[in-house]
Write a protein that binds this ligand. Structure first.
Ligand code: 6PG
Length: 245
């Protein structure tokens, strides 16, 4: 891994959200200087709600939203208006109130009947909208990820075959005791220019500390690490943003 690697601890989830929002603002400025749009993949779950609400409330005029393409890191296989949908959460907290052109918001079609075709369709969208790395994977500017209690991230869950997927960019799979999910795979996460884990709360912060340690150990030896620890940007930055509450 040649990018930067850092852990930042914040007093509150609001301060964590501010830091993540500032990262997006900088990444959009950098992309515009290079004459292109910036791309961000959103995390699901509950932690990012504070961030998305902040973006809707305080960043309307601080970011050139015409220069932003929004993707999703994963999705539950439910309709987009389902309370469990990650798109629904982001839409309610931000996208419905933001200024991103609707055709620049790319929802994961995880509610389709044919999930394999839907995953391939999303991969095509990624490939058509994003530059490709030398090893042929789409490059996202920024990926926001959460951390599950079992060490999962996006919808890369322990013990699932999705963890071993090294060619497809997007897979749909049935997660035992959870249900059907669609998720970006490690090759896409590891080709991002910046990956930020957003982790709030004491318990989750302790789990994050374990993930960070496992990720470091993975550099030297092939240990059994939790899925979140196996995100290893090849050239981009890996940042753990932790807040105690
Ligand atoms: C999902 C998320 C998942 C989430 C973690 C943390 O679809 O649930 O993508 O990876 O980020 O489970 O969720 P919380 O933020 O709710 O703790």
């Amino acid at each position: 891994m040649s990018g930067g690697w850092q852990t930042r601890i914040f007093a509150s989830s609001r301060e964590l959200a501010r830091s993540a929002a500032e990262t997006l603002r900088r990444r959009v400025s950098d992309a515009k200087r290079e004459g292109r749009r910036a791309s961000v993949a959103l995390a699901g779950g509950s932690t990012p709600k504070t961030l998305y609400e902040l973006l809707a409330r305080a960043y309307t005029d601080r970011i050139d939203w015409e220069a932003v393409e929004v993707f999703f890191g994963d999705e539950r296989c439910v309709p987009p208006d389902d309370p469990d949908s990650n798109f629904h959460m982001a839409h309610e907290e931000w996208l419905s109130r933001g200024r991103i052109p609707p055709d620049q918001v790319h929802r994961m079609p995880a509610d389709e009947e044919d999930l394999e075709a839907a995953a391939m369709q999303y991969e095509e969208i990624l490939r058509s909208r994003l530059p490709s790395s030398d090893d042929g994977f789409p490059i996202l500017d920024l990926v926001w990820l959460g951390l599950g209690d079992d060490g999962h991230t996006a919808s890369l869950f322990p013990g699932t075959a999705a963890l071993e997927e090294r060619s497809a960019c997007v897979v749909a799979h049935e997660v035992p005791d959870i249900g059907w999910r669609m998720t970006l795979t490690y090759p896409v996460l590891d080709n991002a220019r910046c990956v930020q884990f957003l982790v709030a709360g004491e318990a989750k912060s302790q789990l994050a500390t374990q993930a960070i340690e496992e990720s470091r150990l993975l550099q030297e030896e092939d240990i059994v690490a939790m899925p979140a620890a196996r995100v290893r940007p090849k050239r981009g930055d890996l940042e753990w943003l932790l807040s105690k509450r």
